[in-house]
Design a protein around this ligand. Sequence first.
Ligand SMILES: [Zn+2]
Length: 332
Amino acid sequence: MKKNVNIGTASVDQGQKGKGLIPAGELAGRLAVTTPVLVINGAKEGPTLWINAAIQGDEVTGIEVARQVFETVEPRNLLGSIVLTPLSNITAFCSRSQNSPIDGLDLAYHCFPGNPNGKFSERTAYTLFNLIKTNADYLIDLHCTTTDSIPYTNFSVSSTFKPEISQAIKEMAKAFGAGTICQISSQTATRGFEGSLDVVCCQEGIPAIMGELGGRRLVSRHHASIGVRGIFNLMKSLEMMQGKPEIPEKQLLVTDRSAIYANRGGILYTEIEPGKMTSKNTIIARIQNEFFEDIEIVRAPENCFALGVDLYPAVNMGDRICILATKWKELT
Ligand SMILES: [Zn+2]
């Protein structure tokens, strides 16, 4: 029997591609906000992989990844379905900001599973998450950090996940093949742990990870290609397409990390490169005053490597300067 995929206004027959819109809210100027959805419904049966992007509106690399995946994957070669929501936070995307300008909320980390009676972003989350729940077997949420960073994937660790979900997300993160994988627990999260899309999906029984592709508010071919390769790797490992995943020989599993915050306000000069091993006490960054005099020297608290560093010179007291991987092991 043929299996249609129906999401929002998209209704896509088996073996076809299609597009549609998901209602996301209504604004004071009588503007309807909609989230675009693209579907590749494979010719053969298989799982549904949901690819979400730009949930923080200025993390744009995933949009290009989604475009390339939608253009490249042919339904006749696909087992199962791909659902793409490349612009999942339209109001934040329009304002080039992380959070929605309508209510100031961060859709990525604070709003799921959503609230049909809540604020604008909570209602958007509610509609989106209900569609994910009823359609997705796996999900990847594509981010790209707003710092200069290496590509990595995040998977969460929580006692609220069933063991098979915990196992599945670790395998997904490995299969994506970014080279570095962060295991995030509520202790090591530099973000809100509850209310983030991947965590809520896992609690619902849908294995979900985050891809941090790098790119810093810019779409580069390099970072997009890492994302596209990662998606194809995931599809191969889930037996949605033929071929062997192209995984780096060596991948690192980061089990502990720490964020370093500025104690002074001023001009930031970062002295380390993401991904490079950094010994304890090495200077990570200097903060200078308006006369180019050092007012804070930030040193590595232990042997580490940076996942991402901020290169923007304006730094306020309390701003994050970098995220460091402080404990890791090689994956075999
Ligand atoms: Zn993000």
